[in-house]
Design a protein around this ligand. Structure first.
Ligand SMILES: [Ca+2]
Ligand SMILES: [Ca+2]
Length: 74
């Protein structure tokens, strides 16, 4: 249910703004404080997996707030 509502919200939102404007808390779908590669791909469908991987500057496989915002602001 939450995912369906989120998807509906995102599709509406994307009409008004770039997908890169999805904020960290929205991208962090499970709310664990880190955005995984899968969460980033879902939140930022226009961003390539390579760009997401490159944004993981410390190489731990997830994006922190700072790493995510650096990616989203590109
Ligand atoms: Ca997460
Ligand atoms: Ca990281």
């Amino acid at each position: 249910m939450k995912k369906l509502l989120l998807a509906m919200g995102l599709s509406t939102f994307s009409m008004a703004a770039s997908a890169a404007m999805v904020d960290f808390n929205t991208a962090d779908a499970d709310g664990n404080g880190a955005v995984t590669m899968e969460e980033a791909a879902a939140a930022l469908p226009e961003v390539s997996p390579d760009a997401v991987a490159a944004a993981d500057s410390n190489g731990d496989g997830v994006l922190t707030v700072a790493e995510y915002e650096a990616l989203a602001s590109q």
